[in-house]
Design a protein around this ligand. Structure first.
Ligand SMILES: [Zn+2]
Length: 194
C-alpha cells in the first residue's frame, strides 16, 4: 500500500472514532454562507475562517477562480441549500501567478509528467516526450494581479443572471505570510447586496 494511502486511512480511522454526533448534521450549512477559494495546500479555510463540520460550503479550485462550475455550485448553494452570503478569497504567492496559458500549453505539448521551475522562474520539462496538444483548448485561468483577480471574479458572480442581487459577495485575499484575510474594498463594493 502507498505510504500516503496508509497515512490517510489511519488518520481517518482516528477521525471517525471521535465523530461524536456529527452524523446527525443536516445537508444545508448551519451558518448559511459559502467560501470560494484556492486549492493551495497552505490554506485551511476551516482554520482561517473558523469553520466546523456543517457550518459552510467551501468551493475550491486552482486559484479560487469563478468558473462555470463554481457558478453551478454557488447557485445550488443558495437555491437549494440556503446560503445567503458569499466570500471569494484568493491569496498571496498563488501558483496561478507563476505561469501563463502559453507556458502550460507548451509544457503539456511536450510532456504530461510534472514540470520543474528553475532559479530564474523558468518552467521546463525534465522529460520531453509523451505530450499532448489537447491542453491548448483549456483556459487555465492564471492571473498576474492578485487584487484584480478578486475584483474580476466578484464581478462575474455579481453580474450572473441566476444569482440574486441581495446576496452580498465579499472580496478578500489571504496573506500566506501572516494567515490574515485582507479585504479588497473595490471587490466588496462591486459585490454588495442591492
Ligand atoms: Zn493559489
Amino acid at each position: 500500500m502507498s505510504q500516503i494511502l496508509k497515512e490517510v486511512l489511519d488518520a481517518n480511522e482516528k477521525y471517525s472514532f471521535n465523530f461524536g454526533d456529527k452524523g446527525s448534521l443536516p445537508i444545508p450549512p448551519g451558518r448559511k454562507f459559502a467560501i470560494v477559494t484556492c486549492m493551495d495546500a497552505r490554506l485551511d479555510p476551516a482554520k482561517f475562517a473558523g469553520l466546523a463540520e456543517g457550518d459552510a460550503h467551501v468551493i475550491r479550485n486552482a486559484g479560487g477562480r469563478v468558473t462555470e462550475d463554481v457558478i453551478r455550485s454557488l447557485i445550488i448553494s443558495h437555491k437549494l441549500l440556503g446560503t445567503q452570503e458569499w466570500f471569494i478569497i484568493h491569496h498571496s504567492d498563488c501558483g496561478m501567478q507563476i505561469f501563463s496559458n502559453d507556458i502550460i500549453h507548451y509544457l503539456l505539448s511536450e510532456s504530461l509528467e510534472s514540470a520543474n521551475i528553475d532559479e530564474h522562474g523558468t518552467w521546463y520539462n525534465p522529460v520531453k516526450k509523451g505530450g499532448s496538444e489537447a491542453g491548448q483548448y483549456i483556459n487555465f485561468l492564471p492571473f498576474k494581479h492578485l487584487e484584480k483577480s478578486v475584483i474580476d471574479d466578484v464581478t462575474v458572480v455579481r453580474n450572473h443572471p441566476l444569482i440574486p442581487k441581495h446576496i452580498p459577495i465579499y472580496g478578500f485575499y489571504y496573506d500566506v505570510k501572516t494567515g490574515k484575510l485582507v479585504e479588497v474594498p473595490e471587490a466588496t463594493e462591486i459585490g454588495k447586496a442591492n
